[in-house]
Design a protein around this ligand. Structure first.
Ligand code: HEC
Length: 165
C-alpha cells in the first residue's frame, strides 16, 4: 500500500521541476531553499530610482548655480519622465520587504496598486511639465516646478517606501 503515495510524491516533484523550467528561472539546486534568491527585478527597479534621483539632483544643482543650463535640465527631466513610466512594471507580487528581500518596497504597494500607479503617474506628469518649462527657458518657473516634482517623490515615498531619507 506504500507504492501509490511514493509514486505521487515523485510525480509532484517532477511536476514542480517542470514548472520551474517553464518559468525560465535559474535551475533550482537540490536543497531548494525557498525564497533565498533575490529577484533581479529588485536591483533593476532600485537602479531605475537611482537614475531618477540623479536626474533630480542634477536639476537642483543646476538651479543652485544661479545660471542654470536649461538644456541639461530638459534632458534630465526627459530621463526622469522615461524612468517614471517604467516604475509600475518593476513591482511583481512577492517582492516586498515582507517577503524577506533587501528592498524598501512596502506591502502597501500591492494593497493599493491603484494608488501606487497614480503616484507614479504624478511623477510622469510633473516631469513632463518640467520638460515644457525648461524648453521655454523660464528658470524661475523651473524653480517652482522642482518643488512640484519633489512633492511627487515624497507623496509616493511616504506611503509606499520603508525609509524616506
Ligand atoms: C510611485 C512611487 C515613487 C515615486 C513617484 C518615487 N519613488 Fe523613489 N522609491 C520608491 C520605492 C517604492 C522605493 C524603494 C525601492 C526598493 O527598495 O525596491 C524608492 C527608492 C528610491 C531611491 C533609492 C534607490 C536604491 O538605491 O535603493 C531613491 C534614490 C529614490 N527612490 C528617489 C526618488 C526621487 C528623487 C523621486 C522623485 C523625483 C522618487 N524617488 C519618486 C517609490 C517612488
Amino acid at each position: 500500500m506504500n507504492a501509490l503515495p511514493k509514486f505521487r510524491l515523485f510525480a509532484a516533484t517532477a511536476t514542480l521541476g517542470l514548472l520551474a523550467a517553464c518559468g525560465g528561472e535559474a535551475p533550482a539546486d537540490d536543497t531548494a531553499t525557498a525564497g533565498a534568491e533575490e529577484p533581479a527585478v529588485i536591483d533593476e527597479r532600485q537602479a531605475n530610482f537611482e537614475g531618477i534621483g540623479d536626474a533630480f539632483k542634477l536639476i537642483r544643482s543646476e538651479l543652485e548655480t544661479g545660471n542654470p543650463d536649461v538644456v541639461a535640465i530638459e534632458n534630465a527631466a526627459t530621463d526622469m519622465n522615461e524612468r517614471s513610466q517604467k516604475i509600475a512594471g518593476f513591482f511583481p507580487e512577492g517582492t516586498s520587504v515582507d517577503d524577506g528581500f533587501d528592498t524598501e518596497a512596502l506591502a502597501t504597494i500591492w494593497e493599493d496598486k491603484t494608488g501606487f500607479e497614480s503616484a507614479a503617474q504624478d511623477l510622469t506628469d510633473a516631469s513632463a511639465e518640467m520638460i515644457t518649462i525648461a524648453a521655454s527657458g523660464d528658470t524661475a518657473a523651473v524653480g517652482e516646478q522642482v518643488k512640484a516634482v519633489g512633492g511627487t517623490c515624497k507623496g509616493c515615498h511616504d506611503k509606499f517606501r520603508l525609509d524616506d531619507d
